[in-house]
Design a protein around this ligand. Structure first.
Ligand SMILES: C[S@@+](CC[C@H](N)C(=O)[O-])C[C@H]1O[C@@H](n2cnc3c(N)ncnc32)[C@H](O)[C@@H]1O
Length: 281
């Protein structure tokens, strides 16, 4: 079932956390010169139009980018500065209506020695990807199932890789499915960095994701979470989190600083943050 379209949600509080932390992970990995393979397994369309009828329907960007845009010229942590700069680059008119998503962020951060593959199965989202990015020697667009792509493309020839897993969780079973897929691919590529995003919803289905990953015996899983603590009563999703398997040590302080900045500026410090190991080394 593919009814989800990220344009309805683009730029909300979860996207802020997701894109800033993802940028920090990649920047941490890039402290080493050796090439990296980046897999954006659930890519969506890469760039979202916040003036589209979809984005305007619930105006979720008002819980995220719209609250923060005025702060773009203030001093902030590096990861936040990178995110603002990228949005500015996509909006030469000084607006924030073209919001870069995960593929745009990864494409902008990629160095000549890196490679990026972005997958989406939804026909319209894939068309969006094709409209925004040109396939090249180091950028491949796949209209392909993410789970199948993980099997086929990993481990990468570079032997260093980051996989971003940002599914739509349209069905309850997707938490288990995703965790099982990560465990499987980890058994063939244990050195990979896996970044898994999850929503905080009343049903708390993310606990199943945690349980399956814990049981799989994977070590070094960092858990970063921002619970908005009722700040957006109009939304079902009260916060979100990210699990990072094998986080680059060089990124840990930067991620902490970014999480703190988001809580301070988006939620006046009233959100509940979590930064710690789900499973330590
Ligand atoms: C939450 S959105 C991704 C947002 C994007 N990562 C970003 O940050 O800008 C999830 C996307 O996954 C796609 N999707 C869902 N199931 C998929 C599957 N099995 N394989 C590939 N794409 C899938 C959906 O079409 C949707 O566009």
């Amino acid at each position: 079932m593919l009814s989800y379209q990220h344009s309805y949600h683009a730029g909300n509080h979860a996207d802020v956390l997701k894109h800033i932390i993802l940028g920090e992970v990649v920047a941490g990995m890039q402290k080493k010169e050796t090439p990296i393979f980046l897999l954006d397994a659930f890519a969506s369309r890469g760039i979202y139009d916040l003036n589209s009828p979809e984005a305007q329907k619930n105006r979720e960007f008002e819980t995220g980018i719209a609250r923060l845009w005025a702060l773009r010229n203030d001093p902030h942590p590096l990861g936040v500065a990178r995110w603002f700069k990228l949005i500015e680059q996509k909006n030469s008119d000084g607006d924030f209506s073209h919001l870069p998503g995960s593929t745009a962020l990864l494409a902008a951060m990629m160095r000549p020695q890196d490679r990026l593959a972005a997958c989406d199965l939804h026909p319209q989202e894939f068309e969006g990807l094709q409209a925004s990015f040109k396939s090249s020697r180091n950028l491949a667009l796949h209209k392909r199932d993410a789970f199948e792509a993980m099997k086929a493309l990993l481990p990468p020839k570079e032997k260093r890789g980051m996989v971003f897993l940002d599914p739509s969780y349209e069905e309850k079973g997707e938490y288990r499915k995703l965790a099982t897929a990560v465990a499987k691919v980890y058994s063939r590529f244990a050195g990979g960095v896996y970044v898994v995003w999850y929503p905080l919803l009343p049903a708390a289905n993310h606990n199943e994701l945690f349980a399956v990953l814990r049981r799989a015996g994977i070590r070094k899983i960092l858990r970063i979470e921002l619970d908005c603590h009722g700040a957006f009563p109009q939304m079902q999703m009260q916060g979100s989190g990210m699990l990072i398997v094998n986080p680059p040590w060089a990124a840990e302080d930067a991620m902490k600083a970014s999480l703190h900045w988001i809580n301070t500026h988006l939620l006046s410090g009233k959100g509940k943050t979590h930064f710690g190991w789900l499973v330590p080394e």
